[in-house]
Design a protein around this ligand. Structure first.
Ligand code: LLP
Length: 416
């Protein structure tokens, strides 16, 4: 994929928009996304499956802004949601419910009811207890719930332990050894219609081998179910590819689609995937301004106006986001720690970056479109940043910067 970011005349552009202009107009910190990059990433997955029956369900958790969802809905995307809130957003953004799958280990009865009433495409059920609850709720509503069981294939995805989900010790999915018995139980329940198998082994995967292995195990399970006359016509193989935060080599969408489809060759089964990061991650940047420079004997700190509450990934996972100056710098370069104003030593955005910095400089943190705004908070009573989408040379504010009134809405002081 081609990056939507480019220096032109010394100024960093996203599509045809100079990011300085965005910072000037909406202030910093500010998230900016490229519509073209989001669309290209979606289309690459969609095209990779060719004429095989497939569905690309964008994982809403990565970035749930209504404008992002709306752009994808226009392309005919499906959606993977993990809460009633995400389902409501997807419908609000103009998608039909029959393109939505519902994942997650802790769906409440109210969420099951909401999703049944809306008529979603599939519930990815993660435990025996959830299966019983879904059957009961559907029965009360006089409906049959479409289900897949999320099976844990016990494959090591080789990613960060916090975002690896396919091992036996993870809380996710149904242990492979329990799957057959649970499918028999599901097939016997009147409130359920068994239609699929789902799995998801982790996020930020850069190697196809574990994905291939997981797909193979799911195909074998499908055969075993067929032998018991439980027909599965849909498989959901989980999240998408990782992205190149540094210089990782990432397989192309076509290679990825070929790898996960191979075990299902010759079967008419519909293959779904649930990519989040790879659709919106490279499409977004977080703009921030240097407040103070604090060079020191041990380390040089650049204190910027974005913080861990705006972009949590570095603090939480020690994640790396490249830092680009909005103006190509002359000046003398030094090694800087980029830190935010939040009162925690863990509040950093980047370690040991060689940059020529001056107070007031504008910077972009790259690859911040996924799990950026979505994981932001108001810690330290910091209003969350504005979000902007560029489209060619047009600039759209898609979420206003929060105000202090937004922050204390709903709070009440004692009468005396
Ligand atoms: N499907 C399921 C069931 C998932 O749990 C996830 C991500 C996805 C799909 C989307 O995976 P993706 O295509 O984005 O890799 N906050 C972490 C990532 C957490 C991922 C959680 N599940 C981060 O910032 O790296």
């Amino acid at each position: 994929t081609v990056s939507p970011l480019q220096y032109r005349g010394g100024a960093l552009h996203l599509e045809r928009v100079a990011l300085e202009a965005v910072a000037q107009r909406f202030g910093t910190p500010c998230y900016v996304y490229s519509r073209a990059a989001i669309e290209a990433a979606y289309r690459a997955y969609d095209a990779a499956f060719g004429d095989r029956l497939h569905r690309v369900c964008y994982a809403v958790k990565a970035n749930s802004n209504l404008a992002v969802l709306n752009v994808l809905a226009h392309l005919g995307a499906g959606f993977d949601v993990v809460s009633g809130g995400e389902l409501a957003r997807v419908l609000r953004a103009g998608s039909k419910a029959d393109r939505v799958v519902f994942s997650g280990v802790g769906k409440s009865a109210a969420e099951l009811r909401q999703a049944l009433a809306a008529g979603i495409a599939c519930f990815n059920v993660e435990s025996a207890a959830e299966l019983e609850r879904l059957n009961q709720v559907a029965g009360e509503m006089g409906l049959r719930a479409p289900v897949a069981l999320r099976v844990n294939p016990d494959v090591d995805a080789g990613t960060h332990p916090y975002i690896s989900t396919g091992l036996k010790e993870n809380k996710f999915g149904i242990p492979a050894g329990d799957a057959l018995a649970l499918y028999r139980r599901a097939a016997s329940l009147p409130g359920l219609r068994v239609q699929g198998i789902a799995c998801h082994i982790g996020s930020q995967l850069t190697d196809l081998a574990p994905l291939r292995e997981a797909a193979g195990r799911i195909a074998a399970l499908r055969e075993a179910l067929l032998a018991e006359s439980i027909a599965i016509d849909q498989v959901d193989l989980g999240g998408g590819l990782g992205i190149a935060y540094r210089d990782e080599t990432i397989p192309g969408a076509a290679e990825y689609a070929a790898a996960i489809s191979a075990p299902f060759a010759g079967s008419g089964v519909e293959i779904s995937i649930e990519p989040g990061r790879s659709i919106v991650g490279p499409a977004g940047v977080l703009l921030t301004r240097v407040e103070y420079l604090k060079p020191g004997a041990q380390r040089n700190f650049a204190i910027v106006d974005a913080a861990m509450n705006d972009l949590l990934r570095p603090a939480l996972y020690d994640a790396h986001h490249a830092v680009l100056p909005l103006r190509e710098a002359g000046g003398e370069a030094k090694v800087w720690e980029l830190v935010g104003p939040v009162c925690e030593s863990g509040d950093f955005l980047a370690h040991a970056r060689t940059l020529a910095l001056a107070e007031g400089d504008l910077l972009a943190l790259r690859d911040a479109g996924a799990y950026g705004f979505a994981m932001s908070s108001n810690y330290n009573t910091r209003p969350r940043p504005a979000e902007v989408m560029v489209d060619g040379d047009r600039i759209h504010l898609i979420r206003a910067r929060e105000t202090l009134d937004d922050l204390w809405r709903g709070e009440e002081m004692l009468a005396e």
